[in-house]
Design a protein around this ligand. Structure first.
Ligand SMILES: NC(=O)c1ccc[n+]([C@@H]2O[C@H](COP(=O)([O-])OP(=O)(O)OC[C@H]3O[C@@H](n4cnc5c(N)ncnc54)[C@H](OP(=O)(O)O)[C@@H]3O)[C@@H](O)[C@H]2O)c1
Length: 289
């Protein structure tokens, strides 16, 4: 996989021109941050004093995002890397260390979603969606872990309310996001002595970039299903919640009233939860598809 680092590289590892704020002096990698929630989370981290490594697979779009951050005086570099490729993740982490000398925060946000029923899905499409959500978190973490242990840093897996309950037309995405919860739990137990924070943020419906695409059953990029705008949080609002989750080193943050309702139903009234999903799937098919 190709990899570039662009933008001014500080002469000294530290101090870089970090501003004041709760993340002052810290260095963060946000995967999949050339667009959407990742981009706004990176922006919020910079505004809170962090130096950030931006990431994505598309060099042109990533450079556009990096330039807009640099123009705003934010401390960023960028690294093109496919997070489902371990060697690329090693280069992504090396980019952070090379530019800023340390790593405190890893947010695994990169993800591919789907709009396809399991029975119709090509096996390789299932694998692409699943891998982006599972190995797209595992590989960056594996590469970053020694540096995060050094700083007693923080790891946040960006998940979805779809991980809290099954969702028709989301099989690989739901399965991948759900796997992250158990991974985080296991790592909390296994690596307790390191002081590294492992948390999961379950995001609910959020405003999307106009050009966001998900995969259909044949692996073609298609528009995401329509969700009523009044149900959607802003990307900046979600970013603020992610930063609070990291500052408080929370194990789990569930965003939105719908997310909290799903947790309640899934835990205490699972049959009612299934009935609601099955009924709405029949009556509001467009909501899922
Ligand atoms: N938006 C929502 O309503 C919502 C709801 C629940 C959860 N979430 C979660 O929030 C996170 C962000 O979602 P979003 O809506 O902001 O999505 P998005 O706009 O599609 O952004 C995803 C980003 O990930 C990058 N990416 C995808 N695969 C990658 C890979 N293998 N390696 C590196 N980068 C990769 C994409 O860039 P390239 O294509 O250039 O690589 C893109 O920048 C995801 O984890 C998603 O599951 C979102």
């Amino acid at each position: 996989m190709s990899e570039i680092i662009t933008g001014p590289r500080p002469l000294l590892a530290q101090p870089w021109p970090a501003g004041a704020g709760p993340f002052a002096g810290q260095v963060a990698i946000v995967t999949g941050s050339e667009s959407g929630i990742g981009r706004e989370t990176a922006r919020a981290l910079c505004a809170a004093g962090a130096a950030v490594v931006l990431n994505g697979r598309n060099a042109e779009r990533l450079e556009h995002t990096r330039q807009s951050f640099a123009d705003a005086g934010l401390t960023v570099v960028s690294c093109v890397a496919d997070v489902t490729d371990y060697a690329s993740c090693e280069r992504l982490v090396a980019a952070a260390i090379q530019a800023f000398g340390r790593l405190d925060v890893l947010i695994t946000n990169a993800s591919i979603s789907q709009r396809a029923y399991f029975a119709d899905m090509q096996p390789e499409v299932f694998q692409r969606v699943f891998d982006s959500n599972v190995y797209g978190s595992v590989y960056p973490l594996k590469a970053a872990l020694p540096h995060l242990i050094r700083t007693r840093g923080s790891v946040t897996f960006i998940s979805s309310i779809s991980a809290l309950n099954g969702m028709p037309s989301g099989s690989a995405y739901c399965a991948g996001k759900a796997a992250l919860s158990n991974l985080a739990h296991t790592l909390r137990l296994e690596l307790d002595h390191t002081g590294v924070h492992f948390g999961v943020v379950h995001i609910g419906f959020t405003q999307n970039d106009a050009d966001k695409r998900v995969l259909d059953a044949a692996g073609q990029p298609v528009l995401i299903a329509h969700r009523p705008p009044r149900w959607q949080k802003t990307q900046a609002g979600v970013a603020a919640i992610i930063l609070r989750h990291i500052r408080r080193r929370r194990k789990r943050t569930v965003i939105s009233v719908l997310g909290k309702l799903i947790v309640l139903l899934h835990t205490f009234f699972p049959r009612l939860g299934d009935w609601i999903v099955l009924t709405t799937t029949r009556r509001l098919r467009h909501f899922y598809e």
